[in-house]
Design a protein around this ligand. Structure first.
Ligand code: NAD
Ligand code: MG
Length: 339
């Protein structure tokens, strides 16, 4: 079993007298800032003057500064702005304000893994990555619980980086659920692989193909949507609760028989795994990261055209109409969750 840490392994006192600057006040930023403050830490927020998060953070009672000012005041700088803008903000606003003995922290390893950010040797570099959306990080903390977190120490300049990282995660509530030790390379590569092959890339294409096959065969799009898209969550909730056996227990034996007979026909394991290995290789050798960095430099033409194209797909149009008619629609489920 991989090493896990809990509250007894963390000493919040390590953060006494330290100022933590949370850079960004979105999904993760607001949750880290509020939880750390409620845990007794000294928290400030760093944002773009005039940005939309500024008044929100102020309303929550934080002292808000420009990013360079916040970085200057802080002992620990937590980067919670979008991954694709972090490198530029780091270079312009943070690097000039990092002092020896400070710590810079991340909730995702992308920029360290692909060397978009290379911190100086005299600062601590760690990752505190909740395995859940920011709004859940906050709501579970308020309920006295927490979201499991990953810890990674990339650079231990002070000799205290582990203690600081553990204390930070305890401060956001993660130690109540459990802290799993990893590296930023492992976190980044497995995170990208999971979202590309299974969670986002895989699932979306699977649902779309199922929807299209039924509609092309003459079935009503509403039916295709229910069968191939809407029910996905119900099935996954069962897996999440009790594994595949619990899901199989709840579905009919006919469905389970079909799972064994047709699953491998739709996803021939050897071929699918070969495709997945090719994706993994592009993640490991930096090909994917290079493409994504270039896409952002070039105005996101491919990304934006794909997004626009998806919005026009019948599964999205019919899905929206159906969801609007459903009594159980619940906007609070819309927390973003890609990590
Ligand atoms: P988000 O999009 O919700 O929030 C980003 C924040 O950064 C906003 O407050 C925005 O105003 C601010 N911002 C954007 N550009 C800026 C700039 N140039 N200067 C200053 N501020 C700027 O982002 P998020 O989802 O909270 O992601 C933050 C980090 O957390 C990322 O590294 C992400 O990979 C990681 N993460 C996210 C989740 C998740 O579920 N959302 C989970 C784990 C880790
Ligand atoms: Mg992810």
């Amino acid at each position: 079993m991989a090493k896990m840490y809990y509250e007894k392994d963390c000493n919040l006192d390590v953060l006494n007298g330290k100022t933590i600057a949370i850079i960004g006040y979105g999904s993760q930023g607001h949750a880290h800032a509020l939880n750390l403050r409620d845990s007794g830490c000294n928290v400030i927020v760093g944002l773009r003057p005039g940005g939309k998060s500024w008044p929100i953070a102020e309303k929550d009672g934080f002292q808000v500064f420009s990013v360079p000012e916040a970085a200057k005041k802080a002992d620990i700088v937590m980067m919670l702005i979008n991954d694709e803008v972090q490198a530029e903000v780091y270079r312009k606003d943070i690097a000039p304000n990092l002092e020896a003995g400070n710590a810079i922290a991340f909730a995702h390893g992308f920029n360290i893994r692909y060397k978009q950010i290379v911190p100086p040797a005299d600062v601590d570099v760690f990752m505190a990555a909740p395995k859940g959306p920011g709004h859940t990080v906050r709501s579970t903390y308020v309920a006295g619980k927490g979201v499991p977190c990953l810890i990674a120490v990339e650079q231990d300049a002070t000799g205290k980086a582990y203690d600081i990282a553990l204390a930070y995660i305890a401060g956001i509530g993660g130690a109540r659920a459990g802290i799993l030790e990893t590296t930023m390379d492992e976190e980044t590569e497995t995170d990208l692989f999971g979202e590309q092959t299974v969670l986002c890339g895989g699932v979306v294409d699977l649902m779309r193909c199922g929807f299209e096959v039924l509609v092309e065969a003459g079935y009503k799009p509403e039916n295709a949507y229910f069968e191939c898209i809407h029910e996905m969550k119900l099935i996954i909730d069962l897996v999440n609760k009790g594994g595949i056996a619990a899901m199989n227990y709840s579905i009919s034996d006919t469905a389970e028989f079909g799972e064994y007979v047709s699953g491998p026909r739709v996803l021939p394991a050897e071929q699918v795994k070969a495709n997945m290995r090719a994706v993994l290789k592009d993640i490991q050798d930096g090909t994917f990261a290079g493409k994504w960095i270039a896409e952002n430099k070039n105005g996101r033409t491919f990304f934006n055209s794909k997004r626009a194209q998806l919005a026009k797909h019948p599964m999205e149009i019919v899905g929206k109409e159906l969801r609007e008619q459903m009594l159980w629609k619940n906007d609070s489920d819309l927390d973003t969750a890609s990590n």
